[in-house]
Design a protein around this ligand. Structure first.
Ligand SMILES: N[C@@H](CCC(=O)N[C@@H](CS)C(=O)NCC(=O)O)C(=O)O
Length: 203
């Protein structure tokens, strides 16, 4: 292996896509390995923590957990704050997105009736509270840390985009419409030149 390799499922979503975007915005030439779900069971035990994404760098052990990957890439390529307190503040918001995935993610595998009940409860309680906490921690805008895009913004973008496309049954596309700062992060990432060039390239 002579160039970085990022492995994730074959879908432009979630933890894998935020890491792909970070690698692209960092200007890193990487192998974008996309596996299908049929190949996954045989691979799972070989992964550091049994999940994807996994980043492999020449001469290093495979690195797992999306936030660890984002922080490493961010530190190396200017997508994570140099100031340690501001970096920790960004990592707090990254964890907030993981908290969201931990609640909504399991509903994906539920049967229809259970899924509907679980998501309606999430829409009534967890998601508005999650959004309120996200909103109050975004200070200046348009990005989380102000004028410059960082890795945390890619993560917030993936979280908002998950629902705003209107394709998650029982969760309204407008669930975050009352959160102007959160939506501003989403829109600023969506409209960022580097992000647009990733989707132009992948199309
Ligand atoms: N904490 C890990 C979670 C990894 C994870 O659960 N990834 C999902 C895809 S987003 C996965 O690998 N699912 C398949 C499985 O767990 O077998 C991270 O932040 O990357």
């Amino acid at each position: 292996m002579n160039k970085p390799k990022l492995t994730y499922f074959d879908a432009p979503v979630s933890r894998g896509e935020e890491c792909r975007l970070a690698m692209h915005l960092a200007g890193v030439d990487f192998d974008d390995v996309r596996i299908n779900s049929a190949a996954w069971p045989a691979m799972k035990e070989q992964m550091p923590y049994g999940g994807l994404p996994v980043l492999e760098l020449p001469g290093r052990a495979p690195l797992a957990h999306a936030n660890a990957i984002l922080v490493l890439i961010g530190r190396r390529y200017g997508l994570h704050p140099a100031d340690d307190f501001e970096a920790a503040r960004h990592e707090g918001m990254m964890q907030h997105v993981e908290d969201l995935r931990a609640v909504v993610g399991p509903t994906v595998r539920m049967g229809e009736a259970e899924k509907k009940a679980a998501r309606e409860a999430i829409v009534a309680g967890f998601l508005p509270a999650w959004a309120r906490y996200a909103e109050k921690n975004i200070v200046d805008g348009p990005f989380f840390g102000g004028a410059k895009l960082h890795a945390v913004d890619l993560k917030l973008y993936m979280a908002v985009r998950w629902f705003s496309g209107g394709k998650v049954d029982h969760i309204p596309a407008t669930i975050f419409a009352g959160c102007p700062r959160l939506m501003a992060v989403h829109d600023a990432v969506r409209d960022h030149t580097g992000v647009k060039s990733w989707y132009a390239r992948a199309a």
